[in-house]
Design a protein around this ligand. Structure first.
Ligand SMILES: Nc1ncnc2c1ncn2[C@@H]1O[C@H](COP(=O)(O)OP(=O)(O)OP(=O)(O)O)[C@@H](O)[C@H]1O
Ligand SMILES: [Mg+2]
Length: 285
């Protein structure tokens, strides 16, 4: 066996799921935390009776929520309802005082660090894009490639065809294929947001959390973003927090209304929009 093929063999063994867990788990904490994502009950995210208090104020108050595998869920609700705090709990940024948070059947999110949760397959998009402005759109996606692939690549210095194909596929999904070689800093606000979503997609997340993704976008960009999210559902599960009702309508999924840290109503948009309690606290403002 030549040296190159041996390296390749080791690299691809290392890139296989089990190897990846071992590598990162061992490097970061000395033990394994995440197992395989178990979707046997078709549930990707399960929150049960989550409470988060800040100096006695309950930002989340016995919040319970279930997201199905492949679902596209919208979360709406007044300012301060706890929407962002909920995402903080799911991603490990905030520890709940009480309650359960499971990714699939078996992965206990309340026992994991933020990097472990990201690695387990939960991607989060923050409002302000964190792209590399001086790099091209293509390079941004290349940089966002999963760490295991980056190591694999450092052994060979150049991109594999499958990696190049994956970047091309994501560029197309986020409608930046014609802008692949432009510096990210020169893209429009909406395109920068898409690029950041593309960077998340390079990590192949199973669950994507998107907090007010269309804030500041033009109407046209907002429509394109809705199409993108609808196309991602199924393969990925998405939880989208938004105040823009036209966007929520375009997504067409189930809607959960949060208020004062718990679920006030849930159903299709028309149903929750007709709910007098929802009108009182949110839509009727
Ligand atoms: N780190 C913190 N310390 C103290 N209070 C906090 C903290 N984070 C959030 N809160 C409070 O918790 C409540 C819920 O905030 P959160 O940001 O989750 O609301 P939201 O639903 O995302 O609102 P918006 O629609 O304005 O983004 C608010 O009253 C907020 O002030
Ligand atoms: Mg918020």
């Amino acid at each position: 066996m030549t040296e190159t093929t041996e390296l390749e063999r080791r690299a691809s063994a290392f890139a296989a799921d089990g190897g990846r867990e071992n590598w990162d788990g061992a490097a970061s904490s000395g033990h394994l935390v995440t197992g395989e994502l178990d979707l046997s009950h078709n549930v990707i995210l399960y929150l049960d009776d989550i409470t988060v208090s800040f100096d006695g104020f309950r930002a989340l108050n016995k919040l319970s929520l279930t997201i199905d595998a492949g679902e596209l869920r919208c979360i709406i609700g007044p300012n301060g309802a706890g929407k962002t705090t909920m995402m903080d709990v799911i991603t490990g940024k905030t520890r709940p005082d009480e309650g359960k948070a499971f990714f699939g059947q078996t992965i206990d999110l309340t026992r994991m660090t933020e990097p472990q949760i990201a690695h387990a397959g939960i991607g989060r998009k923050f409002q302000k894009p964190t792209i590399f402005e001086k790099h091209t759109a293509f390079e941004n996606l290349e940089l966002a490639m999963k760490a295991d692939k980056r190591v694999r690549r450092s052994l060979f210095a150049s991109l594999f065809d499958d990696e190049r194909d994956r970047i091309a596929e994501v560029l197309k999904q986020i409608r930046l294929d014609k802008d692949a070689d432009r510096s990210a800093g020169l893209l429009s606000h909406g395109q920068k947001q898409w690029l950041e979503i593309g960077m998340l997609l390079m990590q192949e997340p199973r669950l994507l959390l998107l907090d007010e993704p269309v804030a500041g976008m033009t109407d046209d960009e907002t429509e394109r973003t809705a199409e993108l999210f609808v196309s991602l559902a199924g393969k990925h599960s998405l939880v989208v927090v938004e105040h823009d009702m036209a966007f929520v309508e375009a997504l067409g999924g189930k809607v959960t209304v949060l208020c004062e840290g718990s679920v006030l109503a849930e159903g299709d948009l028309a149903t929750v929009q007709a709910d007098p309690r929802v009108i009182e606290v949110y839509l009727g403002r």
